[in-house]
Design a protein around this ligand. Structure first.
Ligand SMILES: [Zn+2]
Length: 153
């Protein structure tokens, strides 16, 4: 699992979890990578690793990133990191309580959406193609890393 620092066109910084660099580029090319905050798929990858924000040797790209991140307050990037962590914790709780439908996720999500099955949280496995089709139909799905097996007991 690789965590990329991502930046959307509206200046939001967030993290994306991907199986590999190739998986990221593939999902980005198909506009499956969306901003956590505004859902735009105009997302670019930031250089990974810690940024020296007050140094005198920042590249032009680093300066652009700092300008975007400093648009609100200096504490914003930290608050966003906390928000992302809280989000994933909430997601893990939701996933543990959700009905595991395995590889029938796309089918079951549609049945719930069209009120052919009881409304409930479900989790399972869907391909990138299935995920995109569900989103196209207006069905809310959230691609997420699978929690470690020990957490699902
Ligand atoms: Zn955004």
């Amino acid at each position: 699992m690789i965590i990329f620092n991502l930046l959307c066109d509206n200046g939001h910084r967030f993290e994306g979890w991907f199986a590999s660099g190739d998986a990221f580029r593939d999902q980005q090319a198909r506009q499956l990578v969306q901003c956590t905050y505004c859902q735009t798929s105009s997302v670019t990858q930031l250089p990974s690793g810690p940024h020296v924000r007050r140094g005198g040797v920042a590249t032009a790209q680093d300066r652009n990133i700092s300008a975007a991140a400093d648009g609100t307050t200096a504490a914003a990037p930290l608050a966003q990191a906390d928000a992302v962590q809280n989000f994933f914790q909430a997601l893990a709780v939701m996933a543990r309580q959700a009905d595991n439908v395995g590889d029938r996720l796309a089918e079951e999500a549609r049945r719930i959406h069209y009120k052919e099955a009881p409304a409930r949280n479900i989790r399972g496995i869907a391909t990138a193609e299935e995920t995109r089709e569900l989103l196209d139909e207006g069905i809310m799905v959230l691609p997420a890393p699978v929690p470690p097996e020990s957490e699902t007991h």
